[in-house]
Design a protein around this ligand. Structure first.
Ligand code: ARG
Length: 459
């Protein structure tokens, strides 16, 4: 196919160079956005009297028919085309003739691609937010069902204090709400139209950038033409938001992997979301959370790709920037894929409360509560802490727990100990007493559930 820019060249582009130069394999997914942008641009050209109403009508019909044919598969994207913008424009001209050649008046591929990426990423963000909200809904359901399911809480992966499984799951819900907020912020900041910046310097035509921006649902126009065509900060910001989402999903995945091991046995993942081994018949492997954890690496990688891609580029457009799409699309696709699998995986996850409870009984998780008991009876916390440390050492020596250690032994360490100690350090009591704001008691959990539910209700 002859290049549209072939005018000043004596030779056709070398085939290897042509293949290398082409981005259609990646940017073909923006065809709807490209057509949407062109429709708005053509309408504006018509409204400003830059092209005739007849040309606008022909362009609109042509673009709409291309859209229908691409959607239905009647028109296949030519893998030999340079990029999606050239492909659609060439197809338009093939269909409607000269009017098609007028579409690119007062526009450049530089502002066109800057527009298409923004439109595409805006749509992707909407999809990601919908998926995150579904995951939040599942977390709320599981947390609500496990408000009173006691498990060990950890620091340093050492048993620390008893918590509820609901509390643990809601920690992730809070993270996901911030993830949604980050996506919304990114979308808001990127929502300015670069169309009309043209190649780099604006145009000699009397265009109406505001009209195009409004038609395409932007909050305004990018104020500087060089900025409009040369920055990709919005893609980097989105890549970063994707990295943080993946970091959260990866931590959750890591816990699911641990929890479903024989060492923990805190949850059982559903058969539909686990895999077997080719040699060990007993195996039930958490491949899916492992893959989510693994894919986190490529999403981080994409962020570095984009930052590195942009760091040395002089203004304005440079072809290097064509590489932006592969990286950012891979990040959004990976996030969407991971969310789509985590939603049913968590929905079908079976918690194993008995084994969580028995794990919580080992490891002196109520040691802080024994110290709090003495402190409430007037002993300074540091002294109480010291005594409980000695009691733990004694329990280890005698093979006892703080619940089973006889009162007369307690009393040798402090006369403040009385028979009411045992009820005070009972696992359920330990959890329910932590009713401070954000704490693990059922009452605090209800408030947290309300926070997430009202976030979801806001729509
Ligand atoms: N395929 C190109 C890209 O993705 C479109 C812009 C090309 N502009 C240019 N001046 N060569 O960046």
């Amino acid at each position: 196919m002859d290049k549209m820019w072939a005018g000043r060249f004596q030779k056709a582009l070398d085939q290897t160079a042509d293949d290398f130069n082409s981005s259609i394999g990646v940017d073909c997914r923006m065809y709807r956005q490209d057509i949407r942008g062109s429709l708005a641009h053509a309408a504006m050209l018509g409204a400003k009297g830059i092209i005739s109403p007849a040309d606008v009508a022909a362009i609109e019909n042509g673009l709409n028919s291309i859209l229908v044919d691409l959607d239905s598969g009647a028109l296949a994207i030519d893998p030999a085309a340079e990029d999606i913008h050239m492909f659609i424009e060439a197809e338009l001209t093939r269909r409607i003739g000269e009017a098609g050649q007028r579409l690119h008046t007062a526009r450049s591929r530089n502002d066109q691609v800057a527009l298409d990426i923004r439109l595409t990423l805006r749509d992707e963000i909407t999809e990601m937010i919908a998926l995150l909200r579904s995951l939040l809904t599942v977390l709320v359901e599981q947390a609500d069902a496990n408000k009173n399911t006691i498990m060990p809480g950890y620091t340093h992966l050492q048993r620390a204090q008893p918590i509820t499984f609901g509390q643990h799951l809601l920690a992730y819900a809070m993270m996901l709400m911030r993830d949604i907020g980050r996506l919304q912020d990114t979308s808001k900041r990127m929502n300015y139209s670069p169309l009309g910046c043209c190649a780099l310097a604006g145009t000699t035509y009397d265009t109406d950038r505001g009209m195009v921006a409004e038609m395409l649902g932007f909050d305004g126009v990018v104020a500087n033409s060089l900025d409009g065509v040369s920055d990709r900060d919005f893609a980097i910001e989105l890549a970063s938001a994707c990295s943080i989402i993946m970091m959260h999903l990866s931590r959750l995945s890591e816990e699911l992997i641990l929890w479903s091991s024989w060492e923990f046995r805190f949850v059982e993942l559903d058969d539909a979301f686990t895999t077997g081994s080719s040699i060990m018949p007993q195996k039930k492997n958490p491949d899916l959370p492992e893959l989510v954890r693994g894919k986190t690496g490529r999403v981080y990688g994409n962020q570095i790709t984009l930052l590195t891609l942009m760091k040395g580029l002089p203004l304005a457009y440079n072809k290097d920037m064509q590489e932006d799409k592969e990286a950012i699309f891979d990040s959004v696709d990976t996030v969407k894929q991971c969310l789509a699998v985590m939603i049913p995986l968590l929905k079908t996850m079976h918690p194993l409360p008995d084994s969580m409870y028995s794990a919580a009984q080992k490891g002196f998780l109520n040691a802080t509560d024994v110290a709090d008991y003495l402190t409430r009876k007037g002993m300074p916390f540091r002294s109480a802490y010291h005594i409980v440390g000695q009691l733990v050492a004694l329990c280890l020596e005698r093979g006892e727990t703080l619940d089973s250690l006889p009162l007369d032994i307690y009393q040798k360490y402090s006369p403040l100990f009385a028979a009411d100690l045992y009820a005070d350090i009972d696992m359920t009591a330990c959890v329910q007493k932590r009713c401070s704001e954000g704490g693990t008691s059922a009452q605090s959990l209800e408030k947290q559930l309300d926070i997430v539910r009202s976030f979801l209700a806001q729509g």
